[in-house]
Structures are given as structure tokens and as C-alpha cells.
Design a protein around this ligand. Structure first.
Ligand code: V47
Ligand code: SF4
Length: 363
């Protein structure tokens, strides 16, 4: 296989892979080869460390003006509580924080549906509540889709919106809302919400303000391999300009309770191959995360051998996005000891990190 030799030579010379190389890897590379090379690339960056953090999620509402066809989480804004919609209060956020006293927590991840009545003031109030009550906690909040709506609702530019949130305590952006950037695929799965260029513009603006972020890719639905390559290429190009992405998080489409439930999910092997291609192609995003809540624990452990260096956090049963969509973990939560045991079981050294990937505790 002449292509494999050429790609291997590029990797040995630490040369960048082309989009054609990545497509070839997806379609032709033997799985053993992918695992070995992605693992080598991970090892060169992070040695034997595998990262995790101590976090909770807060999902203020699942009422949403959009209706993404893969989403099992959203309810139309007029939906009643009996029909499964919720709107948590500021007091609910305070109670959640009180239930997690210091030092059990270093991060709160806030994201939810796009509520029609809520502009930037709502986002500011959530961020400042955490900052005022628990200044030691890092606030990672709002997908680019929520930020775009805050800006529109409040009549502000993206920069002004992000800047106000930053002043209120926002410290980084999660990677959600990226889905797949290709316009044709995006139209089919998330046609109503902000287009790819808006997602990328929001992250670029955040990076310019010193707000780091993550990037996701929702795969395994109607997209083709070329769309995944295009998605990662756009991220790689933006990262070349800003260096603001910390972590890439591939998210396998889960098929329960949504408008695309007729689609099968990709196989566990396909998940692992996807992590490996991402590790090799996205050479400028330092961390690759296997979000155990979405994958299940055994598969997240396996991913540590396919280029992954981060499993995300303790979560403590505070997110519903994946359990509603069919994930195995119906009440996702792990202690530090459990996360460390999984990591050690895979032959790696557990490292507790903060939200900016600074090492807090090495076991
Ligand atoms: O944007 C929704 C995805 C994302 C489904 O930045 C689905 O550290 C699969 O972005 N099947 C939100 N995926 C979650 C997210 C995230 C999670 C963990 C850590 C970080 C981080 C970010 O969840 C959405 C969408 O792509 N999603 N429904 C589904 N049925
Ligand atoms: Fe709304 Fe987000 Fe679900 Fe889309 S993925 S319907 S924007 S909650």
C-alpha cells in the first residue's frame, strides 16, 4: 500500500497529513496500524498521562427554539413540565453548588436549550452567581449556538456579548453546537441553527479575548467520511491562526428518542478508528477527549489506546443530554477513585487537571 508508506513517512518526519491522507486513513487504513500510530502520537505529546477533572454540569433549561433532528433533549418552549420541559432557577444552581462543597469540584459546565426569552443578561447572571459563591470554580459555559442567540436577542456584537460574559466570570467555552460544518449535512441535522461560519467566528472571537475553548464533532449519522475530514480541516485552520482550542471531542450520534432514530449507530470499532484519525490529522489541538458519559466506561477506557488522553470528569449525575439519547449511563457519575482505577487499568498514569489542562494532582 503505497499510500500507507507515504503517510507513515510523513508521520515519521512530523509532517502534516493532507485531507486526502485523512480520507484514505478512514477508508483504507488497517485498524492495527491506526491504533499503533495514534497511540505513538499521543505518547509523544503526553507520555503516560491520562487526564480527568472534577466537574458538574448545569443544564438551565431544555426549552429550545431549534429542533435539531439528532436531539432527544429539547422541548418546544411552550411545553409543560408534565411533558418533560424544565426551567431551573438561580436557586437551583445555588443548591447544586452547595451539594458539591470545596474541594470536590474545579469546574461547572453550563449549557442547555436556546430559550426564546433569554439574552446575555441571563448568561451573565449564571456566570456571576458561580463566581460570587465559589470563586475557585472555573465556569465553562454556553455553546456558540447559545452565544449567537444571546447576541441577537440583546442586540450586541459577538465580541461585546463574549466580553460581557467574560467580565461576569465566563472562563472558557465548551465545544458543543459544532455538529458537522458541511452546509448540506448541517441542513439535514441542524438546519435552523447558526451556520458553521458563525460557530467558527464565535470561537475565533473568544480566542482573541483570551477565552480558550473546546471543539466537538457529531458523527455517525448521515455524514460521509469526507465531511468529517472537512470538519477537522476547518478546525485545524482556525487553530493555526489562534491556538485557542484545548481539546477535540468526537461525539458519536446516539439514536434514541429523536427524529433520526431510524439510523443505526456506528460500531465500537468505528468509534476507535475515528479517534485515531482525529489524533493523526488534528496535529495542532493538544488534547483528544473520549467523553465517557456518551461512550460508556469500557469504550472510553479502550479509547485511551487509540490516541485519547482525556476522559472528562466526575459529572456526578448532572447531565441529561446523553441519557435521553440512549447512552448506557442513565445516571452518569464517577468518583475520582473510580476514574483513576479505570485509567490505571489501561496501564496509564491518572492526572487530575483543571479546565485549562494544568496538572492538579498526579497519582
Ligand atoms: O452539540 C446532542 C451533542 C453536544 C446527541 O466542551 C448528541 O468539554 C450524540 O458539546 N447523540 C453537547 N451527540 C455536549 C458537548 C460537550 C460534552 C462534553 C464535554 C464538552 C466540552 C462538550 O452533544 C451537542 C451535540 O453535538 N448531542 N444530542 C445525540 N443524540
Ligand atoms: Fe436545541 Fe441544542 Fe438540541 Fe439543537 S442540539 S435542539 S440547539 S438543545
Amino acid at each position: 500500500m503505497i499510500e500507507l508508506e507515504s503517510i507513515q513517512a510523513k508521520l515519521a518526519a512530523q509532517e502534516r497529513l493532507s485531507p486526502q491522507d485523512a480520507l484514505w486513513l478512514y477508508t483504507h487504513a488497517p485498524s492495527d496500524w491506526l491504533r499503533e500510530h495514534a497511540d505513538k502520537s499521543r505518547q509523544l505529546r503526553h507520555g503516560n498521562a491520562a487526564f480527568y477533572n472534577r466537574n458538574i454540569h448545569f443544564e438551565p433549561t431544555n426549552k429550545c427554539i431549534y429542533a435539531c433532528s439528532f436531539c432527544a433533549f429539547y422541548r418546544k418552549p411552550e411545553t409543560s413540565a408534565e411533558a418533560g420541559a424544565w426551567d431551573y432557577s438561580f436557586a437551583d444552581l445555588k443548591s447544586l453548588l452547595d451539594a458539591h462543597p470545596a474541594p470536590t469540584l474545579t469546574e461547572v459546565h453550563i449549557t442547555g436549550g436556546v430559550h426564546p426569552d433569554r439574552g446575555v443578561e441571563f448568561g451573565e447572571a449564571l456566570c456571576s452567581l458561580v463566581r460570587d459563591l465559589r470563586p475557585e470554580i472555573h465556569v465553562k459555559a454556553f455553546t456558540a449556538v447559545e452565544i449567537a442567540y444571546f447576541a441577537r436577542k440583546s442586540g450586541l456584537t459577538i465580541e461585546a456579548t463574549l466580553s460581557r460574559l467574560q467580565q461576569a466570570g465566563l472562563a472558557s467555552l465548551p465545544g458543543g453546537g459544532a455538529e458537522i460544518f458541511d452546509p448540506e449535512v448541517r441542513k439535514q441535522i441542524a438546519g435552523q441553527k447558526s451556520p458553521a461560519h458563525r460557530w467558527l467566528e464565535i470561537h475565533e472571537t473568544a480566542h482573541g479575548l483570551g477565552i480558550k475553548s473546546n471543539a466537538t464533532m457529531l458523527y455517525g449519522h448521515v455524514e460521509e467520511f469526507r465531511h468529517r475530514v472537512d470538519h477537522m480541516l476547518r478546525l485545524r485552520e482556525l487553530q493555526d491562526r489562534t491556538g485557542g482550542f484545548m481539546s477535540f471531542i468526537p461525539l458519536r450520534y446516539r439514536n434514541e428518542n429523536n427524529a433520526l432514530s431510524h439510523l443505526a449507530e456506528v460500531s465500537p470499532e468505528e468509534d476507535l478508528r475515528n479517534y485515531a484519525v482525529a489524533r493523526l490529522f488534528l496535529d495542532n489541538i493538544p488534547h483528544l477527549k473520549a467523553y465517557w458519559v456518551m461512550l460508556g466506561i469500557p469504550q472510553a477506557g479502550a479509547a485511551l489506546h487509540w490516541g485519547v488522553d482525556d476522559l472528562d470528569g466526575t459529572v456526578d449525575d448532572t447531565t441529561k443530554i446523553y441519557s435521553m439519547a440512549g447512552a448506557e449511563e442513565k445516571k452518569p457519575g464517577m468518583t475520582r477513585a473510580q476514574l483513576e482505577e479505570i485509567i490505571r487499568g489501561e496501564g496509564r498514569d491518572p492526572v487530575e487537571r483543571d479546565s485549562l489542562y494544568r496538572k492538579i494532582h498526579v497519582s
